[in-house]
Design a protein around this ligand. Structure first.
Ligand SMILES: NC(=O)C1=CN([C@@H]2O[C@H](COP(=O)(O)OP(=O)(O)OC[C@H]3O[C@@H](n4cnc5c(N)ncnc54)[C@H](OP(=O)(O)O)[C@@H]3O)[C@@H](O)[C@H]2O)C=CC1
Ligand SMILES: CC(=O)N[C@@H](CCC(=O)OP(=O)(O)O)C(=O)O
Length: 342
């Protein structure tokens, strides 16, 4: 069976990456493509890398344009998804790449996003314990934020195994495509090239409550998270360096065994052999996450590092992986495991 799929926000970075993957997906027919300021233009004018779809027209983002599809991807600015999803309604599978339906706690939502909480949908990080059960047959998916995907994969096995104290310290570097393609002075080439700088320092980044939610779910208790994002002079990729204090008696071998068990059957997570460390260049263009860990015996802490492509595993690839599960398709269908290095 072929599923007819619409993409809202097809002119953006996330929308473009969704289309790159869907164009190679054997069970998908690409339907409506919508844009905002670029509506009326051909897709090839704003996404020239999508050669096979270059002549397709971008239409305005309306519920009418998105009606009549089996699957609708929403790749829109935060706050735009909830109203549109309500209007599209029906039996379509709606996959929201924005944040609107990720958090369960309305207080945390309002504090970090400053608007009323729209609700909570099944969370599209299949590797998180219990997540697949929520995705099978669902008609609504909330795709995780890109940092939460990288960080959760790096830390959840240690928490799920009960080997870590409930506090995590995370410093993660992201490429500039994580910020979308709208114009922002801090993203000018002359500001970013040859430089790295933190932002959202001091617990202010909106992915903090999502990290707390995921790690607390894994731990079965409330986990405190200190998260510092950093902008790196590259277009794609996230490298997350995560640290947590070991529970008394927890050993490096037990941690390694917990990670091996968690990822043994995961098609898109590679626990690297001891001594090899994740690099963004190895995962760019793929839906793969690379993970490695070490125990700092002096500090009594786990150091876990992950690398993903923020636009693939961190957005579009994770979204397609979750779509596959929801539709009963093989989970890996249409998704690249290999990167494009060098
Ligand atoms: N970039 C990333 O790494 C990640 C992004 N996401 C999420 O995906 C979503 C899209 O992000 P991204 O692609 O990076 O952003 P972009 O800024 O690159 O694209 C935004 C898209 O939304 C459209 N748009 C802009 N304003 C409006 C509006 N008022 N109403 C309807 N459509 C509008 C744009 O259309 P036009 O260009 O035609 O004006 C464009 O298609 C966001 O919610 C983001 O949080 C999630 C994880 C990671
Ligand atoms: C480099 C950069 O700016 N990154 C974005 C994260 C993008 C993302 O995953 O997140 P959302 O879907 O929650 O927007 C940021 O820090 O806001």
């Amino acid at each position: 069976m072929t599923f007819r799929v619409a993409v809202a926000g097809a002119s953006g970075y996330a929308g473009g990456e969704i289309l790159r993957l869907l164009a190679a997906h054997p069970e998908v027919e690409i339907g409506a493509l919508t844009g905002h300021s670029s509506a009326g233009r051909p897709l090839g004018a704003v996404q020239p890398q999508l050669s096979s779809l270059a002549g397709r027209a971008l239409v305005p983002t309306t519920a009418d344009a998105l009606a009549g599809h089996d699957v609708v991807f929403l790749a829109l600015p935060h706050g735009q998804s909830a109203a549109l999803a309500g209007e599209v309604g029906g039996s379509a599978l709606i996959v929201d790449c924005g944040a609107d339906f990720r958090l369960r706690d309305p207080v945390a939502w309002e504090r970090f996003y400053g608007s009323p909480h729209a609700g909570t949908w099944p969370y599209g990080l299949p590797e998180l314990p219990g997540a697949r059960a929520g995705l099978w047959g669902t008609r609504r998916i909330a795709v995780p934020g890109c940092y939460p995907t990288a960080v959760t994969l790096a830390l959840f096995p240690g928490y799920a195994a009960g080997l870590l104290e409930p506090e995590a310290v995370i410093v993660a570097a992201s490429g500039t495509s994580g910020a979308g393609r709208s114009l922002k002075p801090q993203l000018l080439g002359s500001e970013v090239m040859g430089s790295m700088a933190p932002y959202g320092v001091g617990g202010g980044h909106r992915h903090t409550p999502e990290l707390v939610q995921n790690l607390s779910d894994a731990a079965g208790e409330s986990v405190t998270v200190s998260f510092t994002p950093t902008l790196a002079p590259m277009s794609r990729g996230i490298l997350a360096t995560c640290s947590a204090r070991l529970r008394p008696g927890a050993e490096a071998d037990e941690l390694r065994a917990a990670y091996e068990k968690a990822f043994a059957a995961e098609p898109f997570v590679t626990l690297l052999p001891p001594g090899l460390w994740p690099a963004t260049s190895a995962v760019v263009g793929s839906n793969s996450a690379h993970v490695q860990l070490a125990v700092d015996e002096n500090a009594g802490r786990l150091i876990a590092v992950s690398a993903i492509d923020n636009l693939t595993k961190g957005t579009a690839g994770g979204a397609v992986q979750s779509m596959n599960i929801a539709l009963g398709l093989p989970e890996t269908l249409g998704l690249p495991m290999n990167g494009v290095a060098p």
